[in-house]
Write a protein that binds this ligand. Structure first.
Ligand SMILES: [Zn+2]
Length: 149
């Protein structure tokens, strides 16, 4: 059992893994875990689509993680840590706002559910006429590929 204690794998006098644990330490580590998980999410999304993408979840995890870390830093009264987290949430919030605004102006294909910019008249994946253009001439998918997008 001494070797477990030597590696810090036993709970001794409030310490585990060489870390002195208390409620705020748990808050700090949860913030760290959430903030780190954004890289996993972004990497997964990029590998899945085989191009560099930043999913909306990346900005949510960034925002939540940084606010938790900021609260921890304030509680610890660590000026370096506070300065590092004090303003980082602003671009995260701004990116979420822009993402939301863009999403509301996008069109979803009724046939394949692909999301396209609002100025697209046809789905680039399946050629379906998108909602705003469908009022004019019905679903003429033959001319879609010729026009392209
Ligand atoms: Zn489609």
């Amino acid at each position: 059992m001494d070797w477990l204690a030597g590696l810090g794998l036993m709970w001794i006098e409030g310490r585990f893994l060489g870390i002195e644990w208390h409620a705020w330490k748990v808050v700090g580590w949860v913030g760290n875990a959430i903030f780190f998980s954004r890289f996993v999410v972004q990497w997964y999304a990029t590998e899945r689509l085989r191009r560099v993408v930043i999913p909306q979840a990346f900005w949510w995890l960034s925002l939540i993680g940084s606010l938790i870390l900021l609260s921890y830093a304030i509680q610890r009264r660590d000026s370096v840590f506070i300065a590092g987290q004090a303003f980082s949430w602003i671009p995260y919030l701004r990116n979420l706002w822009i993402h939301r605004r863009n999403k509301s102006s996008q069109l979803t294909c009724p046939a394949c559910s692909r999301v396209s910019p609002s100025d697209y008249r046809h789905c680039p994946k399946c050629g379906q006429v998108l909602s705003e253009a469908s009022d004019k001439g019905g679903s003429d998918t033959g001319s879609v590929l010729a026009k392209g997008h």
